[in-house]
Ligand binder design. Structure first.
Ligand code: NAD
Length: 259
């Protein structure tokens, strides 16, 4: 990864932070992005750079705003000379049955989870194709492969990301650029902590019981996929071992989709 520049959207928390760590540990230059308190982000940026001896910059693009997404990619290209790897990871969740799902929540979720990856790819692909090498890794979800109640917008967006991944794989085939999606099952991050808390409230159980119930309902292993495992999967997709792997999904879900 030495000399490669990687944008990881939504890397101020959870999976994205772990992916940035994994790429930095392999010597890549990193563009962090995501929401959060400015001081905490700067501390995390500086610490990541010094831990691995690589350059790390931060761009605060709101992934719901097309012009800011364009600026994120252009800033990375101007600063580092290229965007070699784009990891579309930023995402939000909102759960409600369809008939009560607020339309503005639908719009926000589709904008961040689906339109943003499209816009970032649209901005980064010309440079990747010109240079004859590039990797796009979309963090989709098992929700990109199957349905879940109360998650209409999320499931629709993630199915969209899987479809977008297939089209990008076809359109870039033979150019040295690949595009794949990772589909994690449950991963213990702030995005899932909220769902565990909701479940504990709904069922009148402890957090520990709600965590167990959430896992065992869908993930036969009964174990969370870890952020570190996802980082390993992303590095694999960017390695030469995955040179002919494109337009497809890599599932890390403890057996969820096998059932
Ligand atoms: P998280 O809440 O810990 O992190 C989400 C990141 O996205 C944060 O850095 C946040 O600041 C950023 N973000 C949110 N809205 C943004 C916006 N408007 N502009 C820029 N950044 C924004 O969640 P996570 O679990 O690490 O999720 C990361 C990705 O993994 C998401 O796409 C999610 O759908 C996907 N995923 C998560 C799980 C899981 O179980 N946690 C499973 C499958 C897929």
């Amino acid at each position: 990864m030495k000399g490669r520049t990687v944008i990881v959207t939504g890397s101020t928390s959870g999976i994205g932070a772990a992916l940035a760590e994994g790429f930095a540990a392999e010597g890549a230059q990193i563009v962090l992005n995501g929401l959060g308190e400015a001081g905490a982000i700067e501390t995390a940026r500086a610490a990541l750079a010094s831990r691995h001896g690589v350059e790390v910059i931060y761009h605060g693009a709101d992934m719901a705003r097309p012009e800011e997404i364009e600026d994120l990619v252009r800033t990375a290209e101007t600063h580092f000379g290229a965007v070699d790897i784009l990891v579309n990871n930023a995402g939000i969740q909102y759960t409600e049955v369809i008939e009560a799902f607020p339309a503005e929540r639908w719009d926000a979720l589709i904008a961040i989870n689906l339109t943003a990856p499209f816009l970032a790819m649209r901005a980064a692909l010309p440079g990747m194709k010109r240079r004859g090498w590039g990797r796009i890794v979309n963090i989709a979800s098992n929700a990109g492969l199957g349905g879940s109640i109360r998650k209409s917008a999320y499931v629709a967006a993630k199915h969209g990301v899987v479809g977008l991944t297939k089209v990008a794989g076809l359109e870039t085939a033979g150019t040295g650029v690949t595009c794949n999606a990772i589909c994690p099952g449950w991963v213990k991050t702030p995005l899932v902590d909220v769902q565990i808390e909701d479940r504990a409230k709904r069922d009148g159980t402890s957090i520990a019981q709600a965590t167990y119930d959430l896992l065992i309902d869908q993930q036969p292993s009964g174990r969370f996929t870890t952020c570190g495992q996802l980082s390993g999967a992303a590095l694999f997709l960017c390695s030469s071992a995955a040179d002919t792997m494109t337009g497809t999904t890599l599932t890390l879900d403890g057996g969820w989709m096998a059932s």
